[in-house]
Design a protein around this ligand. Structure first.
Ligand code: 3PG
Length: 306
């Protein structure tokens, strides 16, 4: 009997675990559950004899791959796979996959929810501002970016997008204005919603030069990764522009300094919350389990990222 470990430091909703189990039961696979583990050693022990692994933002390192002697496939139930050591997976003959699109709506709803929250002064009782009529720039027009665009249009915002990998005509079809450069996106947008992945090219790529181009009343909304921000330069923007605000799904490393100096101009989730809905957990979890069964039974490698 094949064994599938679901290792989630931040657990899925119980309904998602139940549906993952259903998929695995049907295939006659065994579900092994490791939730809320506090030490990597628990993960290393649990992975030792499993054939497949489902994770969220849990780090799949060389050490994990070395400990997982029977592992054939790891699926990151989510979009960003910067938590997987792809080289280690490939060297260990482990197929790595993600589940693109499955939790995008949840992330987009949080992005817009945080935009409203900061526009209303974090609900401090004072007069805030509205989103209607403002411009929002979508930096990377992928699955989440598209949902953000749609919701923002519902708010009456003008939506712009920059994504060199997406055909301009496809962006226009959504009623979104494609812009030619990242600089143009930032200089045109009061709200900027980030959707770039974290990789060697993008880490620390959002800094003073771009953020300082934003018009008055600038708000950066980050539901991507904290690593894409150059935090030293972020602090400089905060210090030089008292109109600049930053909301982020997971706090930056410099959160204490921001909290101390720039009260009322930020909001950070205590834990990554973008995909933390029952719906997103079910979508991503069931997709991950189904991809595992389809790979092991039929060799289907769609969504392979290594
Ligand atoms: C993703 O990349 O899919 C999101 O950041 C979700 O991450 P999570 O599964 O840790 O909530």
């Amino acid at each position: 009997m094949k064994k599938v470990l679901v290792a989630t430091e931040k657990p899925f909703a119980p309904a998602a675990v139940a549906q993952i189990k259903e998929v695995l039961d049907k295939a006659n696979y065994e579900l092994v559950l490791l939730e809320k583990y506090t030490d990597t050693s628990e993960f290393l022990n649990a992975v030792a004899d499993v054939d497949a692994l489902i994770v969220r933002s849990d780090k799949v390192t060389q050490e994990v791959i070395d400990a997982a002697k029977n592992l054939k496939i790891v699926v990151r139930a989510g979009a960003g796979y910067d938590n997987l050591d792809l080289q280690a997976c490939t060297a260990g003959n482990v197929v790595a996959m993600n589940t693109p699109g499955q939790n995008s709506n949840a992330v987009a709803e949080l992005a817009m929810g945080m935009a409203v929250m900061i526009a209303r002064g974090n609900y401090n009782g004072k007069a805030g501002s509205e989103l209607r009529g403002k411009k929002i720039g979508i930096h990377a027009y992928g699955n989440v970016g598209r949902y953000v665009a749609k919701i923002a249009q519902g708010f009456g915002m003008e939506v712009l997008a920059f994504d060199p990998f997406v055909d301009e005509e496809a962006i226009k079809k959504d009623g979104v204005k494609p812009v030619a450069s990242v600089e143009e996106l930032y200089s045109s947008s009061q709200y900027l919603s980030l959707h770039i992945p974290a990789n060697d090219k993008t880490k620390k790529s959002i800094g003073f030069d771009l953020l300082n181009k934003m018009p008055k009343g600038a708000t950066l909304v980050n539901t991507a990764r904290k690593e894409v921000i150059n935090e030293e330069e972020l602090l400089k923007v905060f210090a030089e522009r008292d109109d600049f605000k930053y909301v982020s799904d997971i706090a930056p490393d410099c959160k204490d300094e921001i909290a101390e100096k720039f009260e009322g101009r930020f909001f950070f989730t205590p834990k990554k919350m973008g995909a933390q809905t029952a719906e997103a957990n079910i979508n991503a979890g069931v997709a991950a389990a189904s991809q595992i069964v389809d790979f092991i039974e039929n060799g289907n490698e769609t969504f392979k990222v290594n």
